[in-house]
Design a protein around this ligand. Structure first.
Ligand SMILES: C[S@@+](CC[C@H](N)C(=O)[O-])C[C@H]1O[C@@H](n2cnc3c(N)ncnc32)[C@H](O)[C@@H]1O
Length: 266
């Protein structure tokens, strides 16, 4: 089944947040540490003249990818397809995020750029833009990016990007999974640092009483699908004991830099 076959607007954001992010789990802590160190070092290497524009695709009810980009960004677009998740994000960020995110932020604050952010709730409210849109029609909103002539997708626009548990958890179709990764990667400017997390070997998942899809990928699939799309790629696995729920085999995190080519575009 394909992405369009699932009732994304019926995604119960509060239920999903309670299961996944009410506390900071060891696997998320590992991923947070990897991404924190990677973005801190990428930013120190690049020394950009002005703060980055960040993109998080398929944000759902998870703020930690956006928090991992927070010190480096003047804007962060939260690009989410589901109406319920969009409303949840607007409330969560507009009201000042709930205390359950504090341990996530504390883990990030072990590195200096994060610790220097005085008020992460106010900063996220200031820089976050929640947009209801699909990864398959990714556009830059401000209409400023160079555009693909076939589908209107703004390409090579964003300076830093995250996509967590998105591409493999929005379809059962391997080709569509690869297309989602391709669209995400092509929205980043060449050389942009990115971090992408994936459920490993997932058979699909339930949110409340609604079933959602997955493609059962492994770390080799992630590495292969990033070939030609990214350079300096590192793929790591964590949480192999898989204690979150039934029907998956750990978590995968990939970091690297966006490439300049058009491989994997369609
Ligand atoms: C498993 S959840 C992951 C949520 C969150 N990023 C996390 O780390 O927990 C998959 C997310 O992908 C979103 N999604 C589904 N189809 C999408 C599409 N075509 N474009 C963008 N996001 C989509 C869902 O609404 C949901 O928020």
């Amino acid at each position: 089944m394909f992405n369009e076959d699932f009732p994304w607007d019926a995604f119960d954001s509060e239920w999903y947040h309670s299961l996944n992010y009410a506390t900071l789990r060891d696997d998320d802590h590992d991923i947070l540490t990897i991404v924190r160190d990677f973005f801190t070092e990428a930013h120190a290497q690049d020394r950009p003249e002005r703060a980055w524009s960040g993109l998080d695709v398929g944000t759902g009810a998870n703020l930690y990818p956006a928090l991992s980009m927070l010190p480096f960004c003047r804007r962060i677009r939260l690009h989410e397809f589901s109406a319920s998740n969009v409303s949840w994000l607007e409330r969560e960020i507009g009201g000042g995020f709930r205390p359950s995110w504090d341990p996530f932020w504390a883990a990030l604050c072990e590195r200096e750029p994060y610790a220097a952010v005085a008020d992460p709730r106010a900063r996220l409210r200031e820089v976050a833009e929640v947009c209801q849109d699909s990864v398959f029609t990714l556009s830059d909103g401000a209409e400023t990016g160079p555009r693909d002539v076939f589908n209107g997708l703004a390409v090579r626009t964003w300076d830093v990007g995250t996509m967590f548990f998105g591409a493999e958890s929005m379809t059962t179709d391997f080709v569509e999974f690869k297309l989602a990764v391709g669209r995400f990667m092509h929205s980043l400017r060449p050389g942009a640092p990115f971090a992408a997390a994936f459920m490993r070997d997932s058979k699909g998942y339930t949110v409340g009483d609604v079933d959602f899809p997955a493609v059962a990928i492994k770390e080799q699939d992630v590495a292969e699908c990033l070939e030609g799309l990214a350079s300096r790629v590192e793929v790591q696995v964590t949480g192999l004991e898989a204690t979150l729920r039934a029907g998956y085999g750990g978590m995968i995190v990939a970091t690297g830099r966006a490439a300049d080519g058009r491989a994997g575009w369609r």
